[in-house]
Design a protein around this ligand. Structure first.
Ligand code: GDP
Ligand code: MG
Length: 596
């Protein structure tokens, strides 16, 4: 055990986490140069395309230093905040972490958020300044930023280039010297935490574990403490991106993959503790709390016949992503679909994209919503994830909405813009820190609802792309909120309802109908678009009628031209939903997001 090192890599996106992981793997000789296909650690297609890591990957490596043989267990964490539940379990399984910061970019918002998670787990942090090969690299300035923002000593930061390989050997030596060996009782009964799980088409549900006490043995009857499921261990392996190695036992301090022969991955919960079924440990390694979805949206097939296909597709995705939750939902406007819960905005985009791409489904997504705690006059509390389901005003005592702690790092020249934006999003300043004369770190509390509604894009545009942002959900606070409904041709379109602060309801209503007016294609008749609170109409626009039938132009003329035109219209209809007599394109459902 004294020669094992368990460590994670944490970083802001694009600071080089995956490249560095590949480089460490290569340096330890676990794969040859030829096998080192670019970005080995990012395996999913979407991950490769977007350059993000969604599923954590781990690898067990051998390393010899001064004649001593070491086992290095590298845990690649997903960098994005949406996946902070997984990040925190990976960190709980580690004894130290490499904190990667880009030498040209400096500390960014995700760097800070990840450090907070690492500190919660009392991890030994090794600051690593990457990309020192870049002409714009300024390692001294970056080391100072690390000290100012995080308050850790960065004088012994390791300087590396994951691209050229400079400093990698020194880094591995630092891992061996500075990260503590695992502690734990090898003689106690089995206690291991599941820090990742997924479905393998050949082996079934797999659990990636870190063993704290005792060991997990082949054929052992083990128990999953969150659900009391008991299963036999069919096989055990050490993780490796190319060739997993089988073993008869995963011992105290080690990480490994447990094969339980289960068809259903939802039994194998990330964050759960595995123990011996006959002689269970008294306390779990971690208190188990399931991953909580924070953002909800309705997903509806454009073609109503595809409802069952959408259900199958969601089922399949859920096999590999237990954080995905969904239940059937009906909308008067959109028909049959699902209300789907996501960990955050990126998670939502990735799922929607996979449904469309891998399962060939055309979907309409409603505007994302957060979860509201609605206290009723009869004393009950209901959780509302779908704005159209908000009880009527007379039944409501008060509404509480979720808040986040947001970290923004910006060049000081955009500070004014950024603060103005944060205030317009109902933000309250907790802290402002100058990292140096040209960069500032802001910490704000603000309603989560304000960041699911085009916050990130705005932040990027007012800072010419330079400000970075990260957040962490904190608690619920009372808000003065109302439901804003949209009527098209006199009918309320339930899928367009949103919950907004009362103070901005009118301006949002006006902006919304104006937007809708631009988006709704002209019909044969005039269409009224109204925004209302209860029965009170607060804004109204009219979509003028088309005048003449488009096909009329072709009368008596060229028949192929007419057919082409009809085909084109059919094509256009693909992403439309008819509301009464009016066809609404997908943009209409997202227009509630774009407020000005
Ligand atoms: P991640 O998002 O933290 O996993 O970052 P990646 O490993 O995907 O790297 C982001 C980008 O930075 C990629 O284009 C890499 O090729 C590049 N990169 C990573 N390390 C270095 C480095 O040391 N020097 C230079 N010049 N580029 C690097
Ligand atoms: Mg990556």
């Amino acid at each position: 055990m004294k020669n094992i090192r368990n460590f994670s890599i944490i970083a802001h996106i694009d600071h080089g986490k995956s490249t560095l992981a590949d480089r460490i793997i290569q340096e330890c000789g676990a794969v040859s140069e030829r096998e080192l296909t670019k970005q080995m650690m990012d395996t999913m297609d979407i991950e490769k395309e977007r350059g993000i890591t969604i599923k954590a990957q781990s690898v067990r490596l051998d390393y010899v230093k001064d004649g001593e043989h070491y086992i290095l267990n590298l845990i690649d964490t997903p960098g994005h905040v949406d996946f902070s539940y997984e990040v925190s379990k990976s960190l709980a399984s580690s004894d130290g972490a490499l904190l990667i910061v880009d030498a040209a970019q400096g500390v960014e918002a995700q760097t800070i958020a990840n450090v907070y998670l690492a500190m919660d787990n009392n991890l030994e942090l090794i600051p690593v300044i990457n990309k020192i090969d870049l002409p714009a690299a300024d390692p001294i300035k970056v080391a100072e930023e690390i000290e100012t923002s995080i308050g850790i000593d960065a004088t012994d930061a390791v300087l590396v280039s994951a691209k050229t390989g400079v400093g990698i050997r020194e880094l591995i030596d630092a891992i061996v010297e500075r990260i503590p060996a695992p502690s734990g009782d090898p003689k106690a009964t089995t206690k291991a935490i599941i820090y990742d799980s997924w479905f393998d088409p050949y082996l079934g549900a797999l659990a990636l574990v870190r063993v704290f006490d005792g060991e997990i043995k082949k054929n052992q009857l083990v128990k999953l403490m969150s659900n009391n499921e008991e299963h036999q261990v069919l096989d055990l392996m050490y993780p490796h991106p190319l060739k997993r190695q089988k073993t008869n036992a995963i011992k105290s301090g080690e990480i490994g993959i447990v094969v339980l022969g289960l068809k259903d991955v939802s039994i194998v919960n990330v964050g759960d503790t595995i123990t011996d079924a006959k002689n269970p440990t008294a306390e779990p390694a971690l208190k188990y709390e399931p991953a909580k979805p924070f953002v909800f949206a309705g997903l509806y097939p454009i073609d109503t016949d595809k409802f069952e296909e959408l259900r199958d597709a969601l089922n399949k995705l859920k096999l590999n992503d237990s954080s995905l939750s969904y239940e059937p939902e009906t909308s008067i406007a959109l028909g049959f679909g699902f209300r789907v819960g996501f960990l955050g905005m990126l998670h939502m985009e990735v799922i929607k994209e996979r449904l469309e791409r891998e399962f060939d489904l055309d979907l309409i997504a409603t505007a994302p919503s957060v979860v509201y705690h609605v206290y009723l006059t009869n004393g009950d509390m209901v959780e509302v994830q779908n704005p159209s389901e908000l009880p009527s005003v007379s039944q409501i005592e008060k509404i509480e909405e979720p808040y986040v702690k947001a970290t923004v790092i910006t060049p000081s020249e955009y500070l004014g813009n950024v603060i103005t934006l944060l205030i317009s999003k109902r933000g309250m300043q907790d802290k402002m820190t100058y990292l140096n004369e040209d960069r500032v770190m802001l910490e704000y509390s603000l309603p989560m609802n304000e960041i699911v509604v085009d916050f990130y894009d705005k932040l990027k545009s007012i800072s010419k792309g330079y400000a970075s942002f990260d957040y962490e959900p904190i608690d619920f606070k009372e808000g003065n909120l109302v439901k804003l409904d949209v009527k098209v041709a006199g009918e309320v379109v339930d899928a367009l309802s949103i919950i907004v602060p009362i103070t901005s309801a009118e301006s949002r209503g006006r902006a919304l109908v104006k937007n809708m007016k631009e988006i709704i294609p002209r019909q044969l008749f005039e269409v009224a678009v109204q925004a209302s609170i209860g029965s009170r109409v607060i804004a109204r626009e009219t979509v003028k009628s088309m005048g003449k039938n488009v096909t009329a132009k072709c009368y008596g003329g060229d028949i192929t031209r007419k057919r082409k035109l009809l085909e084109k219209q059919k094509e256009g209809k693909k992403r439309m939903k008819s509301i009464g007599k009016v066809n609404l394109p997908q943009e209409a459902f997202m227009s509630v997001l774009k407020m000005d």
